[in-house]
Design a protein. Structure first.
Length: 278
């Protein structure tokens, strides 16, 4: 089976402390370069796109650039999800990197627990623009709390920068085009499954259909919202990926969603499945 993308967490560490993030409750270490290479060797057999994402800020990992080179040698495109604070340090250094997509989480700049300004967010936008021009990658500027007053102000300033008028298309999954290679995505805020109060038995999810995730300790989980690894399907240090993805638990989760039914408690509490008609 082929997947559209695989999420691989290379570090759970972050240089911010957002109020909505569960990173403080994660006790994993960075993924070593050797373990990355071993994991990518198997991941390359099931997808063409590798996302450096689950928890943490990938630009903090000292081996990120070497990891992207190794992924490309294995035939994998790299996609990065970042808060963008360190993007400026990569200007001029990523010209030869095969990066297909960069997601910049701008909502971090207006979070109440971070001492950042809208001006710093706009500087990150400028740096992301330079990176886009150097790499040819698609850059998605993300804002995810559409009811937040400060976010609305930042959104307006970004649109003004590119001379784009507000449009309902900004709510579409692929966002609104700001310029060549740069788009703005806006979405409603979500609650991490581990923090959601109410469960829902019925629903559908694309986990194990279009994607799955590997945590920095090499635990394989169905999706990138299982930050704690509650739905561990197995570990790449102990079993090959093919065996893990064909495990009894993986099949039960997949077949359950085929019937529009959640078979795991964390899935019942996940609000994200409502986006798939759940």
């Amino acid at each position: 089976m082929r997947y559209r993308r695989v999420y691989l967490e290379i570090t759970p560490r972050c240089n911010l402390s957002c109020s909505f993030c569960v990173q403080k409750r994660i006790k994993r270490e960075d993924l070593s370069y050797a373990d990355f290479c071993a994991a990518v060797k198997q991941i390359a057999g099931v997808t063409d796109t590798l996302y450096y994402h689950v928890m943490g800020e990938p630009l903090l990992h000292e081996d990120l650039d070497a990891m992207m080179d190794e992924a490309w040698r294995r035939g994998l495109r790299s996609a990065i999800t970042t808060n963008g604070l360190l993007l400026g340090k990569k200007i001029g250094k990523w010209k030869d990197k095969k990066i297909s997509r960069i997601n910049v989480s701008l909502h971090a700049y207006i979070d109440k627990d971070n001492s950042l300004s809208q001006e710093r967010a706009l500087r990150t936008v400028e740096e992301a623009e330079i990176i886009q021009q150097e790499t040819g990658s698609m850059v998605f500027l993300r804002l995810w709390d559409s009811d937040n007053t400060e976010q609305k102000e930042l959104e307006k300033r970004i649109l003004d920068r590119y001379g784009v008028l507000p449009d309902e298309s900004v709510f579409q999954p692929n966002g609104i085009a700001l310029s060549k290679g740069i788009r703005l995505q806006k979405d409603r805020k979500f609650v991490w499954p581990m923090d959601a109060e109410h469960g829902k038995e019925h629903g559908f999810c694309q986990g194990l259909r279009t994607h799955f995730a590997v945590l920095s300790d090499l635990t394989v989980v169905p999706c990138c919202l299982d930050a704690k690894g509650d739905l561990s399907l197995g570990n790449l240090r102990e079993k090959p990926l093919e065996e893990i993805l064909n495990s009894a638990r993986a099949k039960e989760i997949y077949e359950g969603f085929s019937r529009r039914k959640t078979v795991e408690e964390i899935c019942r509490h996940c609000e994200y499945k409502e986006r798939f008609g759940g």
